[in-house]
Write a protein that binds this ligand. Structure first.
Ligand code: PDD
Length: 282
């Protein structure tokens, strides 16, 4: 079956969808996005993602192209039409197509979403450990907005890839903020340390669920800036995102983290996360 897209209310083959060259997403990166995972054809934390979409849109003074409840309804109706069971919805909302001008136009926004298949996430503790490298955090100070302006993240990812690493860690003033497409966590003496969300850290939905699960299983989480040196010396390091869930880190800047294995706290949290996914996507 050809891939489908929902574009401004019309469902069509993705290959036939067209956006104007003066769409502000294309010319100014004037838009926001979301990535939502689905398991067995059921969307996970869709409402939380749409809540964040609303906050991101408000963060750039972008009106919602559809009321949130209607958008949730449209996504829920769209997914079964794709026939996909394991994957993600990519959603993008821009300020629309209008003659190029920095001033906000009076035009309708562009809203689209499509589904893409992804391999199932490996069961907790079964994936190989990731390799990270540090890069300077050169991003703007509204990283809590899930903006489509991702060039610093793209450049960082490519620095990582060129060095054979899986993910780049942003470091600002000696502290780790997050990774180029995931949130960052260090485990030290049984406690999970992570930078607070805000100017330099996206409020990840996986992060949010993880903090809830940590509380449930009795793992203490401390939200504070963590220096790169402290994190490099941690017992465990892991990252979180919608597409990866929790992924443990084996090496970072060429150093082995802890014992070079998926540590007990990471494993416990990933197991709790996987149970939550199972319970919510039954
Ligand atoms: N990225 N931080 C950044 C900079 C991200 O781009 C992402 C997600 C996260 C994790 O957020 P969440 O748990 O809500 O996925 C943190 C998505 C997956 C992407 O750009 O593909």
């Amino acid at each position: 079956m050809s891939e489908l897209i929902w574009l401004n209310g019309q469902v069509m083959p993705l290959s036939e969808a067209r956006i104007g060259v003066e769409d502000r997403g294309y010319q100014f990166a004037d838009g926001v996005y979301e990535v939502v995972r689905f398991y067995g054809g059921k969307l996970f934390t869709l409402t939380q993602h749409m809540d964040r979409l609303e906050r991101s849109a408000a963060g750039i003074s972008l009106p919602m192209a559809l009321p949130k409840a209607e958008l949730i309804d449209q996504i829920n109706r769209f997914l079964p039409r794709t026939g996909l069971k394991e994957g993600m919805i990519y959603l993008q909302m821009t300020r629309g197509c209008s003659p190029r001008n920095h001033v906000f136009p009076e035009c309708k926004g562009t809203l689209l979403f499509y589904a893409r298949e992804l391999p199932p996430v490996p069961a907790p503790g079964t994936a190989p450990g990731l390799t990270l490298i540090s890069v300077p955090d050169e991003r703007w100070s509204r990283c809590w907005v899930k903006s489509i302006a991702l060039l610093p993240n793209v450049l960082a990812k490519n620095v990582a890839t060129a060095q054979g690493a899986d993910e780049a860690v942003f470091v600002l003033d000696g502290n780790v903020s997050e990774c180029c497409a995931s949130n960052f966590f260090a485990v030290s003496r049984g406690k999970v340390l992570t930078h607070p969300v805000g100017p330099k850290v996206l409020p990840g939905i996986t992060r949010m669920v993880l903090l809830e699960m940590a509380e449930q299983v009795g793992v203490e989480v401390v939200e504070r800036p963590v220096s790169e040196a402290e994190a490099l010396a941690a017992d465990e390091v892991f990252i979180t995102s919608t597409t990866r869930e929790l992924a443990w880190v084996k090496t970072w800047n060429g150093r082995t983290i802890g014992r070079g294995e998926c540590g007990p706290v990471t494993l416990r949290l990933h197991q709790a996360f996987a149970q939550r996914v199972k319970a919510e996507t039954r």
